[in-house]
Design a protein around this ligand. Structure first.
Ligand SMILES: [Zn+2]
Length: 307
């Protein structure tokens, strides 16, 4: 079965300024690698729809959603958070980014595709129930997970997060939701300075010290994530795919390599094949050094597609 590739041209129009690392060029860096590798034509392409208000409200406060809509500028730029701003295209892009995840869940649940990668921005995993944060406006992966639970009636959804930053928003939204198992690795101590002490059996956070690389990452996956995933038996596996733990990405001090992203995807694909007919939905989070981002995402998508 094919893999889906979900994106939208508006994700290239959200722009927080020339010096901001979360740049539109990130989308193109991934797409260029997929084209150069010959993978692009083999993926099943979808345009992301806008997420509905109902979908957003499953994880966000109505007051916050109203505030984002009211703040969206007709021209110029307005700040939502110290490092997150909106231009006139940000709100439509954020709605498409969230909608990509729900469409991906629908497509894999319907069996149209085995798995899906959403090449989207703004990213989502720092966005809280009532607050934009860390380049994120709506929590795309949480919206996808809530869609799987509520709309599709799933009882066990796993969220994997290998971005270098902890997915604080995702953790907070599902901290009291035993139908969600969250497995994450992240540099610690590091932004957003939480997650190391979740003290929760369905939030399996493995903090990694600055300088950690392939060996530490693979040990966390092998020793902590995989045993828990096989016990949990997810019906759907969601991935917050951030590539900013790469050694070439100076956003952080972790030292992952391209091959680590291929390896972890192979491990997760095996889990999904054994537990849930291979159903995986992966959403782009961070990754700011354009060359390593493009290569790492390509490795990830190549394994997902089985090509
Ligand atoms: Zn990140």
């Amino acid at each position: 079965m094919q893999s889906a590739y979900i994106s939208h041209p508006l994700c290239l129009k959200h722009d927080m300024g020339t010096h901001h690392p979360e740049t539109p060029a990130r989308i193109s860096a991934i797409e260029d690698q997929l084209i150069a590798s010959g993978l692009f034509g083999y993926l099943r392409h979808y345009d992301a729809p806008e997420a509905t208000r109902e979908q957003l409200l499953r994880v966000h406060d109505a007051q916050y959603v109203d505030q984002v809509f009211a703040t969206a500028p007709k021209q110029g730029v307005v700040e939502l958070d110290g490092d997150t701003s909106m231009n006139p295209y940000t709100l439509p892009a954020a709605l498409r980014a969230a909608g990509a995840g729900t469409l991906a869940v629908d497509a894999v649940m319907a069996g149209e595709v085995e798995n899906a990668f959403c090449n989207i921005r703004p990213p989502g995993h720092h966005a809280e129930r009532g607050q934009a944060m860390g380049f994120c406006i709506f929590n795309n992966i949480a919206i996808a997970a809530a869609h799987a639970l509520t709309h599709h009636g799933l009882q066990r959804v796993a969220i994997i997060d290998f971005d270098v930053h902890h997915g604080n928003g995702t953790e907070h939204m599902f901290h009291e939701e035993p139908r969600v198992l969250m497995c994450s690795t992240f540099q610690h101590p590091f932004y957003p300075y939480c997650g190391a002490d979740s003290n929760n059996q369905h939030m399996l956070n493995v903090p990694l010290a600055a300088g950690a690389g392939s060996a530490e990452f693979r040990a966390a996956v092998t020793d902590v994530w995989l045993p828990a995933l096989y016990v949990f038996q997810p019906q759907l596996l969601l991935i917050s795919a951030g590539f900013d733990a790469h050694r070439d990405d100076d956003m952080s001090s972790l030292r992952f390599m391209d091959s680590d992203y291929a390896w972890v995807t192979e491990q997760l694909k095996t889990v999904a094949e054994q537990c849930c007919a291979g159903r995986i939905v992966s959403l782009l989070e961070g990754g700011y050094e354009l060359y390593s981002l493009g290569r790492s995402a390509m490795q990830h998508i190549k394994v997902l597609s089985g090509l």
